[in-house]
Design a protein around this ligand. Structure first.
Ligand code: ATP
Length: 873
């Protein structure tokens, strides 16, 4: 019989439902399709997920004549799979069952359970504990343009923080580097910065009128004036953000605070390259370990760790605000017993912000209620202790923070009365409401318990009545309660007057029911389900009370986090000998006995050599020379880090520090210093140096480490020379400039505010000893060969290099060296005539003309020739 090609069968009703949900989720999201205890993935999604998760790819049925690839993850462990998928850059749409399968059955045996997409999980919209790093904020940001201006809006959905900032387009990369958003929303027709995980949205989502409506709607406002004076671009960015939150969270009531405005000047501007180079919150490898933050972080709570990370990523520029933070650190530093007690109490404080965030988003559990109870309880205790403590000052900020804690008494009492000591993670399974809290609930629970005792008594009675010692009353999910005897004893129970009704025969056992048992079973089931329903109601009521109390919980959490950070700083100050910096609006930068916090903490105690630095006006540029490995980079960076620490409100590793507010911090490392792995090209270095020259002000601090070394000696020296002059004369920024070019030291004679410094070394029996001590003056020589010998270069190679060096130096002495002639170069000035880029043929030809010797005819010819030359150039 000839094969007939059948038209592909229409998809099953369930597959049709899947396809329509997949259509809704879109191509770029994997669809998790709930089927019983699993989330299943089909078609291309299954192939991609199976590979990413390294799980088995199977098949299920056919579609359009082809097998349907399938894989799945159990619902109870879905979070860990989600975490892995999100980390690999996927978005996941969750299609859950939104009705009870029993309901669906009522519509007919073939009907499909209703499923809906309840959420889209993306990197920037996470709230679950398992998917987040507790000690780090997780920002969703939106970048918008409107009316020729630019703005950013960002939120951490797990805590509800929501901010906006108007800023110039060129400031955007630096702000993004500060926030390190997990996800950045941009208009689809706009090119976004590659470094971040971008989610393009239709331009209409960035419409400021639409944004205004969304903000008013969300915060129930008649006008936005109540929130502040936002620009159109800020409103557009905030609006895009809100529309994305709604689009990914559906019905979940994600809690967002009203947007707060931040202005760019409120924080020290630190661009991405500087953050990388100084390894502020992450090392260049992207790890927290080894960064300034890690070396500093002795906070006891996750919220404290997040606040510290933000402080250090965005140091302040307001001297008064910095002093307030420092006052608190000083008070805790001077009161070690109060500090230690506080830190002990903070240890047990759970993450209030995130527990509140989960409950608000409908993803909370009884455990979160328990966390809030414990956290608020601890907060009350901390408040009482600190209010009674005898602290230096005490600083006004302490009273303000204590004022922010609570009043939480009512909620705390409600939670404490209602909950068992350790509530579980499922609101549906019950068991989290304490005995004695609700008499009706207790009654149902004891009914269920009593009924179980009755069952035990019934079992004993049946054994006696039947004489079957092995008779048991058992329970399973299919039959409920039943009476079971071995197959060889079944006959006695089978008789019609036995009072037992047969239910099931297995190979070795027979199962029965009885009227009495059925009655008891019914009582148990009813009592249990009533009790569960009552607990679920209590959960919803307590959850609502928590959400109502949300703003106070947020304040309490914020106050505790600030106390935690200050106590952490004070602990460092006490154990590592850090001191309080003076931060003011002057142009000073005076450090005595400064140390590099990270290098020092990695070394044995006491072996780090402290150094002074003074970049105050009369000597605001320092040129630091010295051999490799002497400690130049360490010295440069430690001063930049001191400025960050001081303005973040932290004590500093120095005997004394006076720092006039730094508005912008720049740090660049020369290209061939392969710190800037992967992007270490001379071009990048020059682009970044250009950015400094454009943006720095006379309040900025610039760290330039071997700039210019990535090119030929002559070019490099020339660039270093010109950059130093520009920083000194035009920008007037405070600057530390490390260089191998000893020729540059000649500039000190002409640049009046240039100070020479060098790192001391000593030659000892032909070997080099690094003293790591920074002194005024220039290095006497470069010691390159000594360092090479130290590094293990073979002796004959070193000695050959010595010969070459001698010859080069002879020549240098004869010609005046590579900087010969530079002494006469006029000082750099903005009005200096532009230097021609290329040889000028016209000028050369004119120079060659001996005008007196020209005949009229030759002069005419010359004019023609010059016109031709002019046309060519
Ligand atoms: N003040 C100090 N006290 C003790 N050890 C130091 C000090 N400064 C630097 N060091 C040590 O010296 C090593 C080299 O320092 P650093 O990288 O700053 O030198 P450098 O002069 O910049 O070298 P290069 O020019 O090769 O980059 C550091 O890794 C550190 O271990």
């Amino acid at each position: 019989m000839a094969a007939r090609s059948a038209a592909p069968a229409a998809p099953s009703p369930m597959m049709a439902q899947y396809l329509s949900l997949k259509d809704e989720a879109g191509e770029d999201a994997l669809l998790f399709f709930r089927m019983g205890d699993f989330f299943e993935l089909f078609f291309g999604d299954a192939v991609r997920a199976a590979e990413a998760l390294d799980i088995a790819l199977t098949k299920r049925g056919q579609h359009a004549g082809e097998d349907i690839p399938m894989c799945g993850v159990p619902v109870h462990s879905a979070e860990s799979y989600l975490a892995r998928l999100i980390a690999k850059g996927f978005r996941v749409a969750i299609a859950d069952q939104t009705e009870d399968p029993a309901e669906a059955k009522k519509r007919g045996s073939k009907s499909v359970v209703r499923r809906e997409i309840v959420r889209v999980v993306t990197p920037g919209t996470l709230t679950e504990e398992a998917l987040l790093d507790a000690r780090r904020s997780n920002y969703l940001a939106a970048l918008a343009e409107a009316g020729g201006a630019t703005a950013l809006a960002w939120t951490d959905m797990s805590t509800g923080a929501f901010r906006t900032m108007p800023l110039a387009a060129e400031e955007v990369p630096a702000q993004l580097a500060r926030l390190a958003p997990a996800e950045l929303l941009i208009a689809e027709d706009r090119e976004g910065p590659e470094r971040w995980s971008l989610t393009p949205l239709p331009r209409a989502h960035f419409d400021s009128a639409r944004g205004e409506a969304a903000l008013k709607d969300r915060f129930r406002l008649g006008s936005l004036d109540a929130l502040g004076d936002f620009t159109r671009a800020e409103i557009a960015a905030a609006g895009a953000l809100l529309s994305y939150v709604d689009a990914t969270q559906f019905e979940a009531g994600v809690r967002l605070g009203a947007p707060e405005r931040e202005l760019p000047g409120a924080h020290m501007a630190i661009d991405a390259a500087t953050r990388d180079s100084l390894e502020i919150a992450r090392t260049q490898k992207g790890e927290r370990r080894g960064s300034l933050l890690a070396c500093l972080d002795e906070t006891k709570t996750a919220a404290g760790a997040r606040l510290l990370s933000e402080d250090i990523s965005a140091p302040l520029t307001d001297a008064r605000e910095i002093a307030r933070r420092l006052d608190l650190v000083a008070a805790f530093e001077a009161g070690p017993s109060v500090r230690d007690r506080l830190r002990e109490m903070l240890k047990g404080v759970p993450d209030l912000e995130r527990a509140l965030g989960r409950l608000s988003a409908g993803r909370g559990s009884p455990r979160d209620l328990g966390l809030l109870r414990d956290g608020l309880g601890a907060a009350e205790e901390i408040k009482a202790r600190l209010a009674a403590a005898k602290l230096l000052g005490p600083p006004p900020i302490l009273a303000e923070l204590l004022e922010l804690i609570g009043p939480n008494g009512e909620l705390l009492a409600a939670l404490s009365d209602a909950l068992v000591p350790e509530p579980g993670i499922s609101a549906n399974e019950g068991g989290f409401i304490a005995e004695g809290y609700d008499a009706a609930l207790d009654e149902h629970r004891s009914l269920a318990r009593d009924a179980r005792q009755h069952i035990a008594a019934l079992e004993a009675r049946y054994r006696e009545a039947t004489g079957v010692k092995a008779l048991r009353i058992k329970h399973n999910n299919v039959l409920g309660y039943f009476i079971e005897v071995g197959a060889n004893h079944a006959d006695a129970l089978m008789t019609s007057d036995s009072g037992f009704a047969h239910r099931q025969t297995l190979a070795s056992a027979v199962r029965f029911n009885s009227e009495e048992l059925a009655g008891l079973a019914m009582r148990i089931t009813q009592a249990q389900s009533r009790a569960l329903a009552m607990e679920a109601e209590h959960f919803q009521r307590l959850r609502a009370a928590v959400i109502d109390h949300g703003p106070v919980i947020e304040n309490t959490a914020a106050a505790l986090a600030r106390l935690d950070v200050a106590a952490s700083h004070a602990g460092l100050a006490a154990t590592r000998g850090w001191t309080r910096p003076v931060v003011d609006d002057s142009d000073r930068f005076v450090i005595e006995g400064g140390r590099h916090p990270v290098v020092e903490s990695a070394m044995d105690g006491g072996s780090f050599v402290a150094n002074d630095c003074d970049l105050t006006r009369a000597q605001h540029v320092w040129l630091v020379t010295g051999p490799n490995m002497a400690g130049k980079s360490t010295f440069l960076r430690q001063n930049a880090l001191l400025a960050i620490l001081a303005q973040a409100g932290c004590f500093v590793p120095a005997a004394r520090a006076e720092i006039g507010i730094v508005d912008r911090l720049f740090s660049r490392v020369g290209a061939s210093d392969n710190l800037a792995e992967g992007r270490s090209t001379f071009m990048v270095e020059m682009v970044e140096t250009a950015a400094i020259l454009r943006q720095a002000t006379n309040r900025s601090l610039i760290i330039l480490d071997e700039v210019g070394r990535g090119t030929s000696t002559y070019d490099g020296l020339a660039i270093a020379w010109a950059v130093l002059e520009a920083v000194h004369d035009e920008l007037e920024s405070r600057c530390l400039f490390a260089s191998h070019y000893h020729e540059l030291t000649g500039l000190a004679e002409r640049l009046k505010r240039l100070e020479l410094a060098t790192v001391r070394v000593r030659e000892w029996k032909g070997d080099l000893v690094f003293l790591h001590e920074v002194i005024r003056g220039a290095a006497d020589k470069s010691y390159g060969l000594a360092v090479a010998r130290l590094a293990g270069l073979p002796a004959h190679t070193v000695s050959r290099a010595g010969e070459v060096l001698d010859r080069l130096e002879e020549r240098r002495a004869e010609t005046g060296g590579i900087a010969a002639g530079l002494a006469d170069l006029p000082l750099f000035s903005a009005s200096a005539p532009p230097v021609a880029d290329a040889p000028d043929a016209l000028r050369e030809r004119l120079d060659a003309v001996a005008a007196d010797d020209l005949s009229p005819r030759a002069a005419l010819d010359l004019i023609y020739e010059l016109k031709r030359l002019a046309a060519e150039t």
